[in-house]
Design a protein. Structure first.
Length: 280
C-alpha cells in the first residue's frame, strides 16, 4: 500500500492511500469516522478514465500520526501529500462531509493544484446547532467506550439516511446494520469529530478558482440548506445539485451518488497535455 510521510501541526504523520486507474488525476477525501473504502463504488465507475488517489485521513485506516489533536489544515496537507506522492501535478478533487470541508480548504489554499471541486454534504462553518450535534456524537462515543454499548451506531442511520432507506428496510435489516457498524468506524472518529466542531471556511471560500459542484442531499439532517447557500455564495464558479438521499448518500445510494459525481467529472475539459497523451 503506498504511503508518504509529512510533518503536521502536532508531529509526524504517515499517510496511506490507494491509487487506481489511468488518466487525469482525481483525489477523493472521505468523511468522518470512515476511510478510503468509502470511495470504492465511485473508483470503480471512473478508474477507466481517471487516476484515482484515495487517502486515509489521520484517525482512519492505515494512516498513523502523533495521536494528538488535529486541524483541518493538517488533513488538507495529508491529502496534498498523497497527491504529490502519487505524482499528480494537478487533479480533480471530491470530498464528502468532513472530506468536503477538507477539500474546500485545500482548493482555497492551493488553487493552482485543483482542476475541479465536488463537495457533497459540506458546510461553510460549524454553527451552534451543528456543534451541539457533534458534541452529542462525542458523548455517545464516550458512553459506548465506557459501557460497551452501541448508542452511536444506533443513532447513525437515523441521522445519515433519508426516506428511501427507511421505505426499503425493516426492523431486522436495520438492526443488522446497527450491529455491523461499530466494526466499520475508524479508531480516530472522535478526533475527526473534534475537527468537525471547529470548521470555518468563510475567510477562504473566495480563493477557490476551480469550477465547483455543491452537491446537497435533499434529506440531510446534519447539514442544512443554509450551509449549502453559504458555500454557493462564497465560492466563485459554483453550481448546485441535489441527490434524493440523506447525509450519508455514499452509503445510502452508492450507485446514484457515483453517477452524479462521475457526470460532473466527465464534463470537465481535458488539458492539452492530457489530450496529447491520450492521442498517443
Amino acid at each position: 500500500m503506498p504511503g508518504t510521510s509529512l510533518r503536521i501541526s502536532g508531529g509526524d504523520a504517515v499517510v496511506e492511500y490507494d491509487v487506481t486507474g489511468t488518466g487525469p488525476g482525481l483525489v477523493l477525501v472521505h468523511g468522518t469516522g470512515v476511510g478510503r473504502e468509502q470511495w470504492l463504488p465511485l473508483t470503480e465507475a471512473v478508474a477507466d478514465r481517471f487516476t484515482v488517489v484515495a487517502p486515509d485521513l489521520s484517525g482512519s485506516g492505515g494512516t498513523t500520526d502523533h495521536g494528538g489533536p488535529l486541524s483541518l489544515a493538517d488533513l488538507a496537507e495529508e491529502v496534498l501529500a498523497a497527491a504529490d506522492d502519487a505524482g499528480l501535478d494537478t487533479f480533480h478533487l471530491v470530498g464528502h462531509s468532513l472530506g468536503a470541508v477538507t477539500a474546500a480548504h485545500l482548493a482555497s489554499t492551493r488553487p493552482g493544484r485543483v482542476r475541479s471541486l465536488a463537495l457533497h454534504a459540506g458546510w461553510a462553518y460549524t454553527d451552534t446547532r451543528m456543534d451541539a450535534e457533534f458534541r452529542h456524537w462525542l458523548a455517545l462515543l464516550r458512553a459506548d467506550a465506557e459501557n460497551g454499548t452501541s448508542l452511536f451506531a444506533r443513532m447513525l442511520p437515523l441521522m445519515a439516511f433519508g426516506p428511501r432507506y427507511w421505505e426499503r428496510t425493516d426492523a431486522a435489516a436495520n438492526e443488522e446494520l446497527v450491529a455491523a457498524l461499530p466494526a466499520v468506524f475508524a479508531p480516530g472518529i472522535a478526533r475527526q469529530t473534534e475537527i468537525d466542531r471547529r470548521v470555518d471556511l468563510r475567510p477562504l471560500l473566495g480563493r477557490v478558482t476551480a469550477p465547483t459542484l455543491v452537491l446537497a442531499s435533499a434529506h440531510d439532517r446534519l447539514v442544512g440548506a443554509d450551509q449549502q447557500r453559504a458555500l454557493l455564495a462564497g465560492i466563485p464558479h459554483a453550481r448546485y445539485a441535489e441527490i434524493d438521499a440523506g447525509h450519508g448518500a455514499p452509503g445510502e445510494d452508492p450507485a446514484g451518488f457515483a453517477a452524479r459525481i462521475a457526470a460532473f467529472l466527465d464534463e470537465q475539459p481535458v488539458s492539452p497535455r492530457e489530450g496529447a497523451a491520450s492521442a498517443c
